[in-house]
Design a protein around this ligand. Structure first.
Ligand code: SF4
Length: 388
């Protein structure tokens, strides 16, 4: 067993404490896990992310410290909930990361942190470690750094000179919701202002992979409209690459640890927010289209896929698959970017799509797409059939 204060023990504590940060792709939690088996995806310490060229790489995912001066009520690391705390010295983090990298266990670093006493002291230690990794070990691989809320501008710039990607978690969609869970964190000066500094540095050419952010869903009574509004605002004004969503988990030992939540419903909500994000970010759905599917409580109805919900209200359907533009095809449920592109290509070669088999061959989900398409002059399923 590793001794308290040893590097192994710190890796164990600080790797485990980093598991609430979403880095890119998370392993599936749908499959029940059994004890004494290998391949458990919930073990903290190493996670996976996709590079801009589509490669999946493994990252050493860890906190610099799990002690934090902020008081977020849902967080095990907050100043009111701390029990077992640890902090890497810069050379310890370097040793741990370089050791794992040289043994080929990890290809990159995802470094986050609580705030040890103040942001300056913590940022300086993180920057020292990152500088050693880049300058002494000449490491050129991927580094994603979580910027601490309230970090000074000069330190943000130094982080961005060293990292490929940075992120700062907005956590809640409005200042008033943040004030429900933290009395010490300012929405504007600690979060939005810092995100704006990051954006200005990106505009000057720093941090080639841009910035991202993360929302916690369900720790307050925030609505989906508020989350989507903030998300779209961040895309428009801060040029974030993407937003991540993390369903709130009541963590034992925290102030919100006993909050009653429907875990299945929250997970579904998280999933539906990702779908809406995809429609806005990749398919350029307007905010009016997205808001049009919200229910009276300003929430996304969880009974119907958001893309189908928008399509059911869209007067352009059904559209002729042999005449529709790429943009219109993208709006058909069951047709994505790849299949829309392939349909256009197939049309060029074959002149026309003659039947559903052609559609299936290009990767469309025909059962979903049918009610919204006219194929060879025929429409096979009525849109109304979707509603029964
Ligand atoms: S700022 Fe982050 S680490 Fe600190 S208490 Fe809040 S959520 Fe936890």
């Amino acid at each position: 067993m590793a001794k308290i204060g040893s590097l192994e023990k710190k890796i164990e504590i600080l790797g485990d404490a980093s598991k609430f940060d979403v880095c890119a792709s998370m392993a599936s939690s749908r499959i029940p896990r059994e004890k004494n088996r290998i391949g458990k995806p919930d073990k903290a310490g190493i996670c996976h992310a996709f590079t801009p060229d589509g490669r999946c790489i493994s990252l050493f995912k860890v906190l610099m410290t799990n002690k934090c001066a902020y008081d977020c009520l849902y967080c095990k690391n907050s100043c009111i909930n701390q029990k077992s705390t640890a902090m890497f010295e810069p050379d310890e983090l370097v040793k741990a990361f370089i050791g794992l990298h040289l043994r080929n266990y990890v290809e990159g670093l995802f470094l986050s942190s609580g705030v040890w006493r103040n942001t300056t002291e913590t940022a300086e230690k993180m920057i020292e470690a990152l500088s050693i990794i880049r300058k002494k070990y000449l490491y050129q691989g991927y580094m994603h750094i979580k910027i601490l809320p309230g970090t000074d501008r000069e330190y943000i710039t130094q982080f961005q000179e060293l990292a490929d990607r940075v992120s700062l978690n907005v956590e809640l969609p409005t200042a008033s919701h943040l004030s429900e869970v933290s009395s010490t964190k300012s929405y504007y000066s600690d979060i939005l202002k810092c995100q704006n500094y990051i954006k200005q540095n990106i505009d000057k050419g720093l941090t080639p992979a841009g910035q991202t952010t993360q929302f916690v869903i369900g720790s307050t009574n925030e609505t989906d409209r508020e989350v989507i509004e903030r998300l779209l605002w961040e895309y428009q004004y801060l040029d974030i690459r993407r937003g991540y969503f993390s369903a709130f988990i009541p963590v034992k030992g925290t102030d919100l640890g006993k909050k009653k939540v429907d875990r299945v419903e929250l997970k579904t909500r998280e999933n539906f927010l990702y779908r809406v994000d995809w429609l806005a970010r990749r398919y350029q759905y307007t905010k009016e289209e997205i808001y049009s599917i919200l229910n009276e409580e300003d929430m996304i109805p969880l009974a119907i896929d958001p893309k189908i919900a928008v399509a059911l209200q869209d007067d352009r359907f059904p559209i002729d698959v042999n005449e529709a533009s790429y943009t219109d095809l993208l709006r058909v449920p069951g047709i994505g970017e790849t299949s829309a592109r392939r349909i256009i290509n197939l049309r060029k070669v074959k002149q026309k799509i003659e039947n559903y088999r052609d559609l299936r061959r290009v990767g469309s989900v025909v059962q979903r797409a049918k009610p919204f398409l006219i194929v060879d002059g025929k429409k096979m399923t009525r849109i109304i059939d979707y509603l029964v």
